[in-house]
Ligand binder design. Structure first.
Ligand code: CTP
Length: 215
């Protein structure tokens, strides 16, 4: 398979020294890339800023900062891919204007006007016309099942990988994770909690199966 992966957070500039970002170490995305490479797949990893070295053996590594850059990197590559896994924690909003100079501390409050970023996963089918296996992630603090199902449908995914980020023992900087898998046909699966590398291997196997079924 040729597989496209997004990973890590994005950074949305406020001024030359500040930005808005999401919590994400990039570990899950990089583990997925590693697992896919070890299964012999051709992997394109598009990653926001993380403190991890890209895994060896990638077909391509693209380092991006902002949601717009990630959107463009995906847009230019997804057409040739059989599967795409969107693991990145993309900022949903960015400052409407980036100040050219450092914003000085003047008043007691500061108001930033934010605008929506491109929904990259949400545009995979509709904007990019992607017909391959599409996998999304959802980090939720409330109503995990309902939010995950709605997200799967809204973004037209084959599989949605949800995790409960209100739990401290898993996710984010942790090497472990516990996820719940939602399939397009309504199936739900709870793989055992485990190392991100073990979850990554399982997800790659599932994507291989979905790709075979799609023919
Ligand atoms: N995603 C993306 N581009 C964005 C935002 C999210 O590609 N601008 C992808 C993430 O990589 C992840 C999934 O979409 O696979 C997560 O979606 P989420 O941001 O949780 O969905 P929203 O529609 O923004 O819903 P919410 O109201 O929960 O924020």
């Amino acid at each position: 398979m040729r597989l496209l992966l997004t990973a890590g957070p994005t950074r949305e500039a406020i001024d030359p020294v500040r930005y808005i970002t999401n919590r994400s170490s990039g570990k899950m995305g990089h583990a997925l890339a590693e697992a896919a490479v070890s299964k012999g797949h051709e992997v394109i990893l598009i990653s926001g800023p993380v403190a991890l070295a890209p895994p060896a053996g990638l077909a391509e590594f693209v380092a991006v900062e902002s949601a717009r850059e990630m959107f463009e990197a995906v847009r230019d590559r997804i057409g040739k891919c059989d599967a795409a896994i969107f693991c990145a924690a993309v900022a949903d909003y960015r400052p409407r204007r980036i100040a050219e100079r450092k914003i000085k501390k003047t008043g007691d409050t500061l108001t930033l006007e934010l605008e929506k970023t491109e929904d990259i996963l949400g545009g995979a089918r509709t904007v990019f016309g992607f017909a391959g296996v599409l996998v999304g992630f959802a980090a939720e603090t409330d109503n995990l099942d309902a939010n995950a199902r709605a997200k799967l449908e809204r973004k037209d995914c084959d599989l949605l990988v949800a995790n409960d980020v209100s739990r401290r023992d898993i996710g984010f900087d942790s090497g472990e994770n516990e996820v719940r898998l939602f399939y397009r046909d309504g199936r739900v699966e709870d793989p055992p909690m485990g190392a991100k590398s073990a979850i990554a291997e399982r997800l790659i196997r599932i994507v291989e199966t979905l790709a075979t079924q799609q023919g």
